[in-house]
Ligand binder design. Structure first.
Ligand code: AMP
Ligand code: TRP
Length: 335
């Protein structure tokens, strides 16, 4: 896949554990919708996950899990390039060149870096500091036009633009385009947690995973935080209760949602009943995904083929970009 007329899209998800309902509804489902319209490069960011030092076995498993989950969600290897970040070594070399013009001050000011320093003062490694340059390299290696990411990644994307523009200015070239955040016409959904927390997340321990069994789903939903129930007609919902409704809105039928809204408004709701219904609807919603995840996950040979085909596709544009970058920077072999 060389530079075509279709806008180029790049996005990745770090390999730090299974994907959850929030990843699916907030990110993966959009990736799937984009494959037809754009020239898409989707990858598993295994190098980025090294900043937190996973064990080699865990990292390997995680890459396979996420690859299976990407495929189960509907990414089609005929339509997009689906690959593992570390298979494209050109990215790593571009990361080095970009680092030469990434300044300590701007890297230190990055919110996610400051957050990591605060959470883990004993592991402030240079990989963490230069996380945004590696992400910029992922994007710029394909000279992406659009990057679908959540709000939390917007600052990183802004930095990718800064690095692209700085490189162009410094070397008086127009090699890099300025990658923009992809805005879907549908509003971005934010899936809340089951613990009353505003966001479902891997590290929050409040997630429903795409690979969860029906029993795991039922247990998690039945334990979800609610409240003592409304006592006056039309009482606004508390955050934990609103969260249950928000998830229901995504996975249950319109009638089911209307039914429980009505019970709530009449102060007749029994959260136990609502949770039972929500659990069953989640089980039904996730069943086809879970089946496919299992099928792909058990087929190591297919996963290997997928990764190889994806890497071959991604290599085409990565080699072309890197060749030009080397010429521009003045890195030429003498032999
Ligand atoms: P993360 O799991 O935080 O690395 O996020 C990977 C992708 O999933 C990003 O595009 C996020 O915006 C999206 N995502 C993660 N959690 C949620 C959530 N609770 N609701 C909606 N989207 C989410
Ligand atoms: N940093 C992103 C995250 O944590 C993952 C990522 C790595 C990415 N490289 C990227 C996303 C390039 C979009 C484009 O979610």
């Amino acid at each position: 896949m060389g530079k075509s007329t279709k806008p180029i899209v790049v996005s990745g998800i770090r390999s730090t554990g299974h994907l959850h309902l929030g990843n699916y509804l907030g990110a993966l489902r959009n990736f799937v919708a984009m494959q037809e319209t754009y020239q898409c490069y989707f990858f598993i960011a295994d190098l980025h996950s090294l900043t937190t030092h996973p064990t080699p076995d865990h990292l390997q498993d995680s890459v396979r899990d996420i690859l299976a989950e990407y495929l189960a969600a509907g990414l089609d290897i005929e339509q997009c390039a689906l690959y593992v970040q570390s298979d494209i070594q050109e990215t790593i070399e571009l990361y080095l060149y970009l680092n030469m013009n990434a300044y300590l001050g701007e890297l230190e000011r990055c919110t996610s870096f400051k957050e990591k320093v605060r959470q883990n003062p004993n592991n402030v490694n240079a990989g963490l500091l230069t996380y945004p340059t590696l992400m910029a390299a992922d994007i710029l290696i394909h000279r992406a036009d659009l990057v679908p990411v959540g709000k939390d990644q917007e600052q990183h994307l802004e930095m990718a633009r800064t690095f692209a523009e700085r490189f162009n200015r410094l070397y008086q070239t127009d090699l890099f385009t300025s990658p923009q955040a992809y805005q879907s016409d549908k509003p971005l959904v934010k899936i809340p947690g089951l613990d009353g927390n505003g966001k479902m997340g891997k590290s929050e321990g409040n997630a429903i995973y795409l690979a969860d069994t029906p029993d795991q789903i039922r247990k998690k939903v039945m334990k979800a935080v609610s409240d003592i129930g409304p006592s006056t007609i039309g009482q606004p919902k508390s955050e934990p209760v609103q969260n249950l409704f928000t998830i229901m809105e995504q996975v249950s039928s319109h009638d089911t949602l209307a039914h429980f809204e009505d019970l709530y408004n009449r102060c007749e709701i029994r959260y136990g009943d609502m949770k039972k219904q929500l659990a069953e609807d989640l089980v039904t919603f996730l069943a086809p995904l879970r089946e496919k995840i299992e099928m792909y996950r058990n087929d190591e040979r297919y996963l290997r083929d997928v990764a190889r085909i994806g890497a071959e596709k991604a290599h085409v544009s990565a080699t072309e970009t890197l060749k030009r970058v080397r010429e521009i920077v003045g890195i030429r072999s003498l032999f």
